[in-house]
Design a protein around this ligand. Structure first.
Ligand code: PLP
Length: 436
């Protein structure tokens, strides 16, 4: 059995969770313990010196969290993973593992809003500058990479227009300049895309979304390929003696594990944004059904997108699973088994029609999240961006008529029924029916 290369679906259910050796429990136990007893003083000393591996204290590692990390590393084809209390904590710690005051990042411009403020405001205040560059302008990205640049950051699927990052080209541009590529793979999940297979060095997820799958956990995870050469001289945090770890050099001591060990033993230790065991357990549960959910999400999303295209109340539909989408070919290449659940469309009648549409929906939930089994909707112009004028909205890349959907796992016909009633209401026609 050990020689067999198991498939994705099998690993989504089994990786990291053999039957519990102590009790025989088949499901992963929740190790709800803040700390772990040492076998002896000598063993404790070895653990603290990073000369042997084991659990010390729950901020740094926990057996249930480790099982989730092992499963994520297997699914993303990485060397290992470190879990965090949120997606933003995972990407903050990815940056802090390689960059400090005076360093620089390059980031694709069309990216999650929380990343723009984390990099562009908070990290800038800490002395780490970010240059935001259009994600498809590979020359500009190359030109933006400076001698002190430590990371190129981009997303697999951009929000909300469904642009697909060309991971192979991005990794080539970064690697020509000795810089690692970090991909936020939240919208694709490892089922639709494994960025490491296309040259990414680091992958981050908001596990809050499809990995959990049910809107019940805030969590994040960072996976590393183990292939990047961190000892080139560009990354002193990894290759120079560390004052935070008795002058240890991570690259010299740990080889291919240097990044992962520093991410946990220094960055997670000092930032403290660890994932709780109960939340890790919920994420392990979520991963077991990830393949079936992602297929069904993509199927429902494609059906809803096609249906919306046929409606007079709809101006445009931007789903990378539709042949009309500018990145359709890229989606076919990078996303296997579907184009995901999230896309935007334009409603005729602009901001006011958008407001009426949202108010008329019954089955779709109006909230700021994605990747739930339940179908979700948001109208940015009347919520997250409501303080902006129409001119300012255009500048922010948010059209007043834009509605974003995260298509769930319900019956397709019921989702379309609810959209149809609400579209009629948005254009001033009376709606029909109600949920029974
Ligand atoms: C939600 C999200 C994040 C942030 O994750 P949290 O778990 O909310 O911290 C980052 N990137 C993308 C693409 C997201 O959708």
């Amino acid at each position: 059995m050990n020689d067999r290369e198991f498939g994705f679906r099998t690993r989504a259910i089994h990786a990291g969770t053999p039957p519990d050796a102590a009790t025989g429990a088949r499901a992963m136990p929740i190790y709800q313990s803040a700390a772990f007893v040492f076998g002896s003083s000598e063993e404790a000393a070895e653990l603290f010196a990073l000369r042997s591996y084991g659990h010390i204290y729950g901020r740094i590692s926990n057996p249930t969290v480790s099982a989730f990390e092992e499963r994520m590393a297997s699914l993303e084809r990485g060397l290992g993973a470190v879990a965090f209390s949120s997606g933003l904590a995972a990407q903050l710690c990815a940056v802090l593992c390689v960059a400090q005051n005076g360093d620089h990042l390059v980031c694709a411009a069309n990216i999650y809003g929380g990343t723009i403020t984390q990099f562009g405001v908070t990290l800038r205040r800490m002395g780490i500058e970010t240059t935001f560059v259009p994600g498809d302008d590979f020359d500009a990205i190359g030109d933006a990479i400076l001698p002190n640049t430590k990371l190129l950051f981009a997303e697999t699927i951009g929000n909300p227009s469904g642009t697909i990052g060309d991971i192979e080209r991005l990794s080539a541009v970064a690697h020509e300049r000795d810089v690692p590529l970090c991909i936020d793979n939240t919208f694709a999940s490892p089922y639709l895309c494994r960025p490491i297979e296309y040259g990414a060095d680091l992958v981050v997820h908001s596990a809050t979304k499809f990995i959990c799958g049910h809107g019940t956990v805030i969590g994040g995870v960072l996976i590393e390929s183990g292939k990047f050469a961190w000892d080139s001289g560009r990354f002193p945090l990894l290759s120079d003696p560390s004052p935070g770890y008795h002058q240890l050099r991570f690259t010299e001591t740990f080889g291919e594990y240097a990044f992962l060990i520093r991410a946990r033993a220094e960055v997670l230790r000092d930032v403290g944004a660890s994932l709780a065991p109960m939340d890790a357990w919920l994420l392990i549960q979520g991963l077991e059904t990830l393949p079936v959910r992602m297929e069904r999400h993509s199927m429902n999303a494609l059906a809803v997108a096609r249906w919306l295209q046929s409606r007079p109340e709809v101006q445009w539909v931007s789903y990378p699973g539709l042949p009309e989408h500018p990145h359709y070919e890229r989606a076919q290449k990078y996303l296997r088994g579907g184009a995901g659940a999230i896309f935007a469309f334009g409603i005729a009648g602009g901001r006011e029609a958008g407001r009426r549409f949202i108010n008329a929906l019954q089955l779709w939930s109006h909230l700021a999240n994605v990747g739930d089994a339940k179908s979700l909707v948001i109208h940015p112009a009347s919520t997250t961006h409501s303080q902006l004028s129409d001119v300012e909205l255009q500048g922010a890349g948010v059209a007043p008529e834009m509605v974003r959907l995260s298509v769930g796992l319900e019956d397709t016909e019921d989702l379309i029924w609810d959209l149809e009633c609400a579209l009629r209401a948005s254009s001033g026609q009376s709606s029909t029916g109600s949920i029974t």
